[in-house]
Design a protein around this ligand. Sequence first.
Ligand code: FAD
Ligand code: SIN
Length: 534
Amino acid sequence: MTHDVLIIGSGAAGLTAALVLAEQARVLVLAKGALDAGSTAWAQGGIAAVLDEGDTFEDHVRDTMVAGGGLNRRETVEFVIEHAPQAIERLIELGVPFNVDPAVDGGLHLTREGGHSHRRIVHVNDATGWAVQEALLKAAHAHPNITMMPDMVAVDLITDRHRTAPTGERRVWGAYALNGQTGRVECFAAKATILATGGAGRTYLFSTAPRGATGDGIAMAWRAGCRISNMEFMQFHPTCLYNLEVKNFLITEAVRGEGGHLKLPPGVPGGGERFMPRFDPREELAPRDVVARAIDHEIKRLGLDYVHLDISHKDPEFVRGHFPNIYERLMGLGIDMTKQPIPVVPAQHYTCGGVLIDLTGRADLSGLYAVGECSESGLHGANRLASNSLLECFVFGDAAARDILARWDQFAPPPELRAWDESRVADSDEEVVIKQNWTELRRFMWNYVGIVRTTKRLERAAHRIKLLQGEVNEYYGNFRVTADLIELRNLLQTAELIVKAARARHESRGLHYNLDFPQTDPAARDTILVPKVR
Ligand code: FAD
Ligand code: SIN
């Protein structure tokens, strides 16, 4: 099947690009499950933008770089932040019903999150992502130039080596994808390809990210020959609900932004104490890496299962009004957040590293772009500032689409390509292997490559990844691919990149904290991994 542009991913980044491209090109969007199953629909807090009179671009840039441990590329930070008001304007045009502030005539309500020196987060109650995903999908469905195909799992990018007559060119021509309905792998050729596949949160046992966050785009780009950067910076959100049945429900940072306190639970020395003032003068509103490490420290020091997030001192109407979805969900679990504290633990939340791109979203191979959470644009540095991620999706989705349109004459139609070869594989007879390896990987990544790392733990993880990769690669070579097998192979690839990057960094900075290298070096440098196939 041939289209002008192939976009892999139907979240904020992919659909933003699709809507811009569709004005002049025929676009195909693939998603591996339902169209709204990515992280975008799960976003709670909102989108950061300088909209308040007292706020400035310089302040947003400074907050982003302070949170990012100085590793951010300033040019990217300025580019994204200066385009934020325009991105919000476009979302309003698409019908996103942002909350308004009755105190400011016609102005949007701005909430606050950790690391921000001003109120600057626009939001739709506490379910911003759902409203954004709905609006983008509605516009994409209505556009005659956009075709969306759910239940299509991209397996690998199509490169020169997949041509019937290879030329040695470093070029991408689309992707092979597994059709979930037929179980067959199909060839999707395109003049340009955009990866918008989201993050790799499911590399870890506990994550706020949805089931499909398995790092597919990062792994595909690496296998095709692209550089991947800063994978050691995995962000852990401080406040995921602790509940034995509901494992990945986020309690938005806006709860702390609106006055929630982190406390030790009763029954331990210092029970009921607000502990963040002991760790950082910014208290509960310090950047995420600081708050998550403080919670991890208290949990380990006192042998706790969780700490408490308490906003019950605020007016119940205020709490219900600001957090209606979280309130309802917690009530369903027997927790009334207007009267009692919420048990919380840190959990993996965001992948700061990814496919290395420039300001137009271009990756290393011609014809290939990467946008959103699967990319590393230089915006987040060593630790993402809250609510800068959706913003990056809108700004880079737009930038990549405009770059493709501006260079349209340079994109030749795809050449003759080889079909997917299944002649030497059989149906799998041991699905249990995949489940076992998936669980094992996520567990040791949590224990060895989590919030606090040591060189020995990283070495142990590297050793185990190698063993599992041997097993899974053999399996991949002999059996017909399934969605689970594709994801496990990508998770292992992503885990290898995370550990490789973490072992290469001999300092602690932002989200990467190694007890053997606690110091922060004077100069900040990226960890750029270069694949052998280049
Ligand atoms: P996603 O929205 O994750 O979409 C990925 C797409 O790629 C999906 O359509 C998926 O099906 C598709 N895909 C993946 N692999 C394949 C494959 N192999 N083949 C075909 N398709 C594939 N950020 C903020 O800025 N503000 C917030 O308030 C906020 N809250 C958050 C709350 C939660 C619980 C989580 C998990 C994240 C939150 N984030 C927030 C982060 C933000 O939501 C994500 O970074 C952002 O939505 C990523 O968008 P994306 O378009 O890059 O990817
Ligand atoms: C949250 O609402 O706490 C998540 C915000 C983000 O990840 O940027």
